[in-house]
Design a binder for this molecule. Structure first.
Ligand SMILES: [Zn+2]
Ligand SMILES: [Zn+2]
Length: 219
């Protein structure tokens, strides 16, 4: 495919792959938080709000394309337990694939233990503290990495400033930070509501397996 015009901007993994390929075609470099932004840098970050499964699937797709990004995981999520077997295995897998792993924190709690690189993004941040410096860690929303014209986010299955794939392919951004939520792309759905319902359905099957594995009689 030689033109971005043929690509439709949905929230499916297939289009996520196209987005990564566009960034590579535009000669972007997958940079790590902590490095001073340079021309051509792409800071691609994933705030993992809901599903470690989705994070690992996205991480595997990226690795297939030789791309490494930054996964920010929660220790205070109601949706997953980072201290569980599933949680420790997810971190191991992300590390094995070469990705950075930071903390997706709930303000003001920042406890960076040995599981995390010193990089933090706030969950549902409020403007008054969002860009404040964080002692001992890089704030992904800090002024060094975050300005509205160099930032794109897929929040709620909507690119407020448009899907960046064409501009990436054209090398139009001097550098850019992108926030991509894995759940939105891994589970199917035309709207955020549909996608979330698909995720909950997949999760209920997984819950039944976990119950059986825990010795619960489901008969
Ligand atoms: Zn697109
Ligand atoms: Zn969040």
């Amino acid at each position: 495919m030689d033109s971005g015009a043929l690509v439709s901007c949905n929230f499916e993994l297939e289009h996520y792959r196209e987005l990564l390929e566009a960034a590579k075609a535009g000669d972007y470099r997958f940079a790590r938080f902590g490095e001073e932004p340079r021309p051509g840098d792409l800071f691609l970050r994933h705030d993992v709000d809901l599903s470690l499964d989705a994070a690992v699937r996205m991480a595997e797709l990226e690795a297939e394309l030789g791309v490494t990004t930054t996964y920010l995981l929660m220790t205070e999520s109601v949706f997953y337990n980072l201290a569980s077997k599933e949680g420790t295995e997810a971190i191991e897998r992300l590390r094995e694939l070469g990705h950075a792993v930071g903390l997706h924190a709930v303000y003001p709690h920042v406890e960076l233990d040995e599981r995390f690189d010193p990089v933090v993004s706030w969950h549902n941040p409020r403007p008054e503290y969002m860009s404040e410096e964080i002692g001992g860690a890089v704030n992904a929303y800090g002024t060094r990495y975050f300005s509205p014209e160099r930032y794109r986010s897929d929040s709620n299955q909507h690119w407020r400033a448009g899907c960046p794939h064409e501009e990436l392919r054209a090398g139009a951004f001097p550098w850019l930070q992108i926030l991509v939520h894995p759940e939105i792309w891994v589970y199917p759905g035309e709207t955020m509501g549909e996608t979330m319902r698909a995720m909950v359905e997949a999760d209920s099957a997984r819950r039944l397996e976990q119950l059986a594995a825990d010795g619960i009689d489901l008969g």
